[in-house]
Design a protein around this ligand. Sequence first.
Ligand code: ATP
Ligand code: MG
Length: 278
Amino acid sequence: MPTTATATATATAVSRPGVQPPFYRAVGDEAEVFRAAACQGLPVLLKGPTGCGKTRFVEAMAHELGRPLITVAGHEDMTSADLVGRFLLKGGETEWVDGPLTRAVREGGICYLDEIVEARQDTTVVIHPLADHRRELPVDRLGTTVPAAPGFQLVISYNPGYQSVLKNIKESTRQRFVAIELGFPPPDIEREVVAREAGVAPEIANSLVLLGDAIRNLEGSPLREASSTRMLILAGALVAGGLNLRAAVRSAIIRALSDDPDIVRALGELADAVLPSS
Ligand SMILES: Nc1ncnc2c1ncn2[C@@H]1O[C@H](COP(=O)(O)OP(=O)(O)OP(=O)(O)O)[C@@H](O)[C@H]1O
Ligand SMILES: [Mg+2]
C-alpha cells in the first residue's frame, strides 16, 4: 500500500568520511575486534549503558575504514518498511524509495541500528539473511533480493540496563553477531575524554570523573542509569560556558538523574563530599 511522500517515520543520519576523524579513545580491544569483524564482513552487536561512547565508537570506526555510516534510531513503531523502503506517492505516480538499510546494503556502508530492541518483531526478519553468510536483503515488495556490496556491515546496539534480554532478537540471529561490550572508561581515560570533549582544565575533568565514579559505585543505588560519560561532559561544558562547578553538577548530573527530592538531596551531599570546596 503506497503512502504519501511525507509519511516516512524513521530518523536516520548519514555521515561520510570527512577530513576530521571523530575523537574516540579506545578502552580495551574494541577497535581491534571491530576491524577484524569489518574485514570479514561480520555483523557486530554493541552493548553498553547510555552515554558510554557506542555511537562515537562506530563513527570513529566508519571513518577509519572509509565507509559511509548510516545510522537508524530504533523506536517501538519502527517496521521493516522503515528499514527496507516503501512505495511513495509522488505527483500521482508510485515510486519506490530505498530505506536506510537498503541504501547501506547497496553502497557497501555501515548500517548502525541504534536500540534495535525497540523495533517491532518484523524488522528482525530482514536482518537475519544479512547477518549470516548469505549477506543479502530480501525486498519482498519489489520481489527481489539485494546482495550486500563489499564493505556492507551491520552494527546493532542495545542497552542491557533497559532490556534484560534481547527480547525481539532471536537467539539464532544473536549468535551470528560479534559482541562488543562497552562500559564507562576507567578514570584516566574518562578524564582525558571529559577534558577534551568539554574543553575544561584537567582538574575540573578530574573532579567530574571522581563524582561520576562515586555515583556509579553507590551501594543499592535507586538510579535507573548511572552518571554517564556524556553527563560528565555536559557538566564540563557548562563550566566551560562560565558556570561554577557545583551549579554545573546540579544541572547536568544531579537533576538529570532523578526527580525524587530525597535522591536529589543525597546526590547533592555526595557531590559536596567529593567536589573540592571552592
Ligand atoms: N572512549 C571515548 N572516547 C571519546 N569520546 C567518548 C568516549 N566515551 C564516551 N565519549 C563521549 O561521550 C559522549 C556520549 O557518547 P555516545 O553518544 O557515543 O554514547 P552512546 O553509548 O551512543 O549513548 P546512547 O546509548 O545514549 O546512544 C560522546 O559525545 C563522546 O564525547
Ligand atoms: Mg548512541
